[in-house]
Design a protein. Structure first.
Length: 316
């Protein structure tokens, strides 16, 4: 008997997905059915909606690049293998996924928390550890600190013993930034940033914003500092003062997880889940919407009003 599932389906590029009931295909070789509980929203999903990513893939199809649920009675994270980009994704009650796209969730990590491990969790792990090499002697400035990744980065930097400052353009997010572990919050624009953190001389800046923020970060960094870019939500264009960059012996590194090989994507999710378990990685949840509330959930993401992650409870 054919199974049915409620799913948020992309029919037309640039439009809110339609929540409809559809037939679930039979699993192919090395594929399984996952009964999903929670799915996360990420900026990548908005790129898929607009057609900037996966725009040539067949439609209609189900969106959502990560989620968590049960497979054969065991809790798992679902991510990778083109899920939510070129094949049906996690904004649904059920999804057919390759076994290689599943990562076991350790006991002690909730499915709601695990739903953000693959994208936000992995990004935070990679930028703070592999690229930022944050330690107890560092002074860290997190730009875009009120977003899901920004808050997760703060928690990992604090766990490493660093001192952390957070920047947000929205003063209403200051409480969440402080709660994540930042000792100070500056609610400022790019033009105001330099004056707001005068004298800080950060050794590491995490930049999710781009534009004028990136140029200012180069000016602010201490000698030998590291600038880690993982987003351009303010502006994809930036004019970096290159003479300052090389004369201060700065390191500029970027992270974009979509292009990583499957084994590394999986390893990052495993690391994030372990960090969630030991408490060093915390990904605050701003709101949880039912599946039929996907439009409101997308608005919370695109308006940048969410202080933390936006999740879908796909069972409701």
């Amino acid at each position: 008997m054919t199974q049915r599932t409620l799913a948020a389906r992309l029919t037309d590029l640039g439009r809110t997905p339609d929540v409809v009931e559809v037939d679930l295909p039979e699993p192919g070789e090395d594929e399984v059915v996952v009964d999903l509980h929670f799915a996360a929203l990420n900026p990548l999903d908005t790129y898929v909606v607009d057609g900037a990513v996966g725009g040539v893939a067949a439609r209609p199809r189900t969106l959502g690049v990560e989620g968590a649920g049960l497979c054969e009675g065991r809790p798992v994270v679902v991510h990778g293998a083109g899920i939510g980009i070129v094949r049906d994704g996690t904004w649904a009650e059920r999804v057919i996924a390759p076994r290689d796209a599943l990562v076991p969730v350790p006991a002690g990590v909730t499915l709601a928390a695990a739903a953000s491990a693959a994208v936000v969790g992995t990004t935070a792990i990679r930028v703070t550890g592999d690229l930022g090499r944050v330690g107890g002697d560092d002074r860290v400035l997190v730009l875009g600190a009120g977003g899901g990744v920004g808050l997760a980065v703060i928690s990992l930097c604090r766990a490493a013993g660093a001192r952390v400052w957070g920047q947000t353009a929205r003063s209403e997010k200051a409480k969440a930034v402080t709660a994540a572990g930042a000792e100070a919050v500056v609610a400022v624009t790019s033009a105001e940033l330099a004056d707001a953190v005068e004298g800080l001389a950060p050794t590491v800046v995490f930049d999710a914003l781009g534009g004028a923020f990136t140029a200012t970060a180069v000016e602010l960094l201490a000698e030998g500092g590291r600038l880690i870019s993982y987003g351009t939500s303010a502006d994809p264009r930036s004019s970096v003062p290159m003479r300052v960059l090389y004369r201060k012996n700065l390191t500029l590194a970027g992270y974009g997880g979509v292009g990583e090989p499957p084994a590394r994507i999986r390893a990052g999710t495993e690391l994030a889940l372990r960090a969630m378990l030991d408490g060093s990685l915390v990904v605050p949840v701003h709101e949880v919407q039912p599946l039929r509330g996907v439009g409101a959930a997308l608005l919370a993401l695109t308006s940048r009003s969410a202080a933390g992650k936006v999740l879908l409870d796909v069972r409701s």
